[in-house]
Design a protein around this ligand. Structure first.
Ligand SMILES: [Zn+2]
Length: 351
């Protein structure tokens, strides 16, 4: 071997074993929709949160996890260039349309362009029978998500055009993973360094709250959780289970109702509807107790700038961003408060 060739080999070896700068892990929490409940208001998308995790080299996007998918979720995802085929998993807190009705749009489009797979993991509670005589079933929701498009003949028509599309429609592209919500957090989904835990929480039968733990930080998605005790007297309107789940967490994303809608004012909202949500002040107090650094308010009743919350009036007129901030601070929270707007995002670590 010539001296030059030998030198070249030594150089290549040196390059190969030189320490590569580690790309730092990071995550991004994005509110894909902030509307509270079923009404359509001012273009707000229905409830949902996207968590992306990765490192600096892939813009924190090696994994994309969607939590709930209310009306318009797919449109919001398109604004941040996330296509349905790129989601790794979707998690549902509960079977209310303001958290689920955007899923048909997402999974139909994934079927259209990504029928070759992979399947999308859909993670939610197992079937639960209510004492009132009905059953809440995420499994059936998922299995029947494409029924209207099958019945209309569209699935057969598009399948005839492209035989790689699954003949059974979008439901065939879903891997449903159910779990029994428990009183303590337990892991329900994981991928590499990322694990997602769930806990039972009170809103409707089968409601669950989630926690995502990653090397870049942790996020709790409370959903619409409230306290097991459905009305005062009680210590707080927030969920004791969510509080357990949120101990030491970095970010809490939670639905909330502003205290102004309470029965001590004249909103006309029936007390049970008000009491089953976590009030903004009580959420601020909980975020303080668990030592969270960030509180992201979403699903805010009433939405900012509206005189009505559905059929109920907002006493004193439309609320502002500052009204929500003040209410959370009144609970004693001194960390970062994000008053949710569609596509509001938070990155960890913060830059
Ligand atoms: Zn809701």
């Amino acid at each position: 071997m010539t001296k030059i060739a030998c030198g070249a080999i030594i150089f290549l070896l040196a390059v190969a074993i030189a320490p590569v700068a580690e790309a730092a892990p990071c995550l991004i929490v994005t509110l894909t929709g902030t509307q509270s409940g079923p009404p359509a208001v001012n273009g707000l998308a229905g409830a949902g949160t996207l968590i992306r995790y990765g490192d600096d080299s892939n813009n924190c996007s090696a994994l994309r996890m969607q939590f709930d998918a209310g009306r318009g979720t797919n449109m919001r995802l398109s604004q941040i260039s996330v296509a349905p085929g790129q989601l790794n998993a979707i998690f549902f807190t509960h079977m209310h349309t303001d958290h689920t009705e955007g899923f048909a749009d997402i999974i139909q489009l994934r079927w259209h362009f990504n029928s070759k797979g992979p399947k999308l993991d859909a993670v939610c509670s197992s079937d639960v029978a209510s004492p009132l005589g009905f059953t809440i079933s995420c499994t059936k929701f998922v299995q029947h998500i494409g029924d209207a498009f099958l019945q209309s003949g569209e699935i057969a028509q598009r399948h005839a055009e492209d035989k790689t599309r699954l003949a059974g429609g979008p439901a065939e592209l879903i891997n449903v993973i159910t779990f029994e919500p428990k009183e303590e957090p337990h892991v329900v989904w994981s991928s590499g360094d990322v694990k997602v835990s769930a806990i039972r929480s009170t809103h409707i039968p089968g409601h669950a709250s989630y926690r995502v733990d990653t090397p870049a930080g942790s996020v709790v998605i409370g959903g619409d959780a409230g306290n097991d005790v459905l009305a005062p007297p009680r210590a707080t309107s927030t969920s004791d289970q969510v509080e357990r789940l949120a101990r030491g967490v970095d970010v809490i994303v939670h639905s909330t109702i502003h205290p102004v809608m309470g029965p001590d004012r004249d909103s006309g909202m029936p007390p049970p509807i008000f009491y089953r949500q976590s009030s903004t002040s009580d959420l601020g107090a909980m975020a303080k107790r668990v030592g969270a650094k960030h509180l992201m308010l979403t699903h805010m009743g009433p939405p900012i700038g509206t005189a009505m919350q559905g059929p109920f009036k907002v006493p004193g007129g439309p609320l502002t961003e500052a009204d929500y901030r003040k209410a959370a601070e009144a609970g004693g929270f001194t960390g970062n408060i994000v008053v949710g707007t569609d596509l509001a995002s938070l990155r960890l670590p913060t830059k």
